[in-house]
Design a protein around this ligand. Structure first.
Ligand SMILES: Nc1ncnc2c1ncn2[C@@H]1O[C@H](COP(=O)(O)OP(=O)(O)O)[C@@H](O)[C@H]1O
Ligand SMILES: [Mg+2]
Length: 255
């Protein structure tokens, strides 16, 4: 099966600094791929390129086998790539339904006048939240009063409704309490169960081992290792991140 994303030889330079160098990575639908690495390893830069937020300096991205060149996050969204940023970009004063449909309200024209299809939107949100098994008792309540985990659920529902087939989450649980983190990890698995591809960036090795099917370790802009979860251990991954692992040392010498 063709991977949903094939990244080949991705490089990114900021002036003289090589933030990414020759990164090859595949991402499959129905799979949670974790990106790991020390601060500055290039993880965020890599997902920003996938999300159309910045162009690569070198290399090629293929989506379902076709080369793409995203000029903006909007282009990436049209190809089914949704990013959930830490800031989440939700509107505090709007309710859950309004946030899911923000800027793309379902409109029906009646005698030439647009009418928001409130009932249709509400039903769609109910369905999404149920499928995600997200606990939001009142989708007509303001998002401003909700917990971090509930907000993540709203952002994920929004991404799914926009036709997201790859959902990218860059440190989604960094600011969350333990119970909220559990809920977000559950959402991550729900996305994969819906055949989405998920890229999760996290520093929490325990979280990563709980939800990821596969892990890729970045170091100084290079992908130095890729492991199936079943074929590795937290100790090995930590050693790869810190540079203590022989594979990391080999990569350092080759750089
Ligand atoms: N817009 C930018 N301008 C200059 N340097 C950048 C920019 N974005 C990232 N970098 C640099 O690229 C490297 C990789 O950063 P980043 O992708 O944010 O790493 P990570 O997410 O793994 O912590 C770092 O050295 C960082 O300082
Ligand atoms: Mg980062």
């Amino acid at each position: 099966m063709t991977p949903f994303v094939q990244a080949r030889g991705i490089g990114k330079s900021f002036g003289g600094l090589k933030a990414l160098d020759g990164v090859d990575l595949d991402i499959h639908q129905g799979e949670v791929l974790a990106l790991l690495g020390d601060n500055g390893a290039g993880k965020s830069t890599f997902v920003k390129i996938l999300a159309g937020a910045q162009p690569q300096s070198r290399g090629e991205i293929r989506i379902e086998g076709r080369p793409v060149a995203f000029a903006s996050p909007h282009d990436a969204a049209r190809a089914g790539i949704a990013t959930i940023y830490q800031e989440l970009a939700l509107s505090e004063n709007l309710n859950v339904v309004e946030n899911v449909f923000l800027g793309r309200e379902v409109v029906r024209r009646v005698l030439g006048f647009p009418w928001l299809r409130r009932r249709a939107m509400r039903q769609r949100v109910d369905t999404l939240l149920r499928e995600l098994d997200a606990h939001i008792p009142d989708p007509l309540a303001r998002v401003g009063g909700m917990s971090g985990g509930q907000r993540q659920a709203v952002a994920i529902a929004r991404a799914l409704d926009q036709g997201g087939r790859l959902v990218i989450m860059d440190e989604p649980t960094a600011a969350l309490a333990v119970a909220e983190t559990r809920k977000v990890l559950k959402l991550v698995r729900q996305l994969a169960a819906r055949n989405c591809a998920v890229i999760l960036i996290s520093h929490n090795i325990g979280d990563v081992f709980e939800v990821a099917d596969r892990m890729a370790v970045f170091r100084r802009g290079r992908k130095i290792a890729e492991r199936q979860r079943a074929a590795t251990t937290p100790d090995e991954i930590v050693a790869l991140i810190t540079g203590a692992h022989p594979d990391a040392r080999t990569a350092d010498l080759a750089a």
